[in-house]
Every structure is written in C-alpha cells, then in structure tokens.
Design a protein around this ligand. Structure first.
Ligand SMILES: *Cc1c(COP(=O)(O)O)cnc(C)c1O
Length: 215
C-alpha cells in the first residue's frame, strides 16, 4: 500500500498551477509520510505545535517548516532556529519575543500576519482587519522580522458564495497592504483541503493542505 495519496497530490499541484505554492500541512503525520512527500520533491511543510516541530527537526535540513498554529511566547526560543516562516503572527507581544530571540541567534524570521476575516466564527485567532495598518507599522520597526504577507482562513461553512466572499475580502486586504508596503508583501496564504480551489480563484498565492493529502 502507498504511504500517501500521490494522486491527490498531483491533482492539487495541477489545480493550483505553477504560480501558487503548496504547503503540505504535516501536523500529526509521521516522519514516514513526510519523507514520502520529500521523495516527490516537496520541501515546505506546515506544523502547528512547537513540540512536534522539535520532534521532527532531525528530518532533512532542506525542509522548510512553516509554523501555522497558535504560537505561545514561551515556545519561541526553542523553535526559532528550525522554523522558516511564522504564518500565524497576530499580536505584538509575540512579535517582540520573536524579534528578541531572532536577534539573539542572528536570524531574520519571515512572517505572515494572520487575519480573522470570518466574523461569525467565534474563538478564532487572528487580527481584525481594522487593526491591520497599525499592527504592520509596528512590525516594520522590528529588524529581525521580515513581513512577507498575510494568512487567513475561510469560514466554517459549505456555502461557496460565503467562502468566496471571505477570500475576496482577504485578497482585497492583501492588495491594500501591498500597495502601502510594496513588493516585500508577496504571500497571500489562503485555502485548505475543502476550499483551496475557491481560494486560488480569489487570488491566493499559497494553499495549506493537510487532510486531503493523507490517508
Ligand atoms: C490544519 C490546518 C490546515 C490544513 O487543514 P486541512 O483541512 O486538513 O487541509 C491549514 N491551515 C491551518 C492553520 C491549519 O491548522
């Protein structure tokens, strides 16, 4: 039996095309499954727990680990050396800890600001749209953080029109931020297993896909 559904991987790659990048969300998945994707040439993987990144840190060094979950400030020191991007930056105290730890180890951390666009979903993390510019102005002052774009999740609904409305809101916010801060802002991370096709139609430049790519 195959370790991973290669047909799904090929389907996703074909659907998103060459201009959209694929983050394989490998949280809770085994080293064997990750290495099966590695053998296909996949190098970018997403994780949402500090402990799990540390447990997987001895996998090949050219793997890029993207942190996509809620990041506690007291976990930053342990993972900072191993993480290629923090996609879930949504508060200034966290940014200041990342700044301090990365200054200590001589690293500039690529980050995405995470936004909470679907107002009807309770208890979700992420910045409010109206706070975007005040937040990013502060982030831009931190020399060991390099803000490269934004991340957002679609709403928990099967209503395609509602999903599209939220993703278009994300695209519009991305365009406004890019207009103000320039080409440094290049990544719009939107779309997961159930909604990535819509996200790409709405202008996403990176999809984060987990369950569809594993058994
Ligand atoms: C788990 C997770 C994903 C992947 O979700 P799937 O529905 O399994 O594709 C994407 N983004 C974030 C932030 C996640 O936590």
């Amino acid at each position: 039996m195959n370790t991973i559904p290669v047909d799904h991987y090929n389907e996703v790659k074909t659907t998103i095309g060459p201009d959209v990048s694929l983050l394989v969300v490998s949280k809770t998945r085994s080293e064997e499954e990750i290495m099966a994707y590695y053998a296909l040439g996949q190098r970018c993987f997403g994780e949402n727990h500090a402990q799990e990144i540390l447990a997987k840190k001895d996998l090949p060094a050219d793997i890029e680990w993207h942190f996509i979950g809620h990041l506690q400030r007291n976990k930053v020191r342990s993972i900072a050396p191993y993480v290629s991007m923090v996609e879930s930056l949504d508060n200034l105290p966290l940014a200041k800890v990342i700044e301090k730890e990365c200054a200590r180890i001589g690293k500039v951390m690529p980050c995405l600001a995470e936004f909470h666009l679907a107002v009807q979903d309770e208890n979700k993390t992420g910045l409010a749209e109206e706070d975007a510019f005040a937040f990013i102005d502060e982030i831009m002052k931190l020399p060991h953080i390099h803000l490269e774009g934004i991340m957002a999740m679609g709403p928990h609904t099967e209503d395609e029109e509602e999903i599209r409305r939220i993703f278009l809101q994300g695209k519009e916010l991305f365009d406004r931020i890019r207009e103000k801060y320039g080409d440094q802002i290049r990544i719009l991370s939107m779309g997961m297993s159930d909604d990535y096709r819509i996200a790409v139609e709405c202008g996403s430049t990176q999809v984060r896909i987990g369950s569809y790519l594993f058994y």
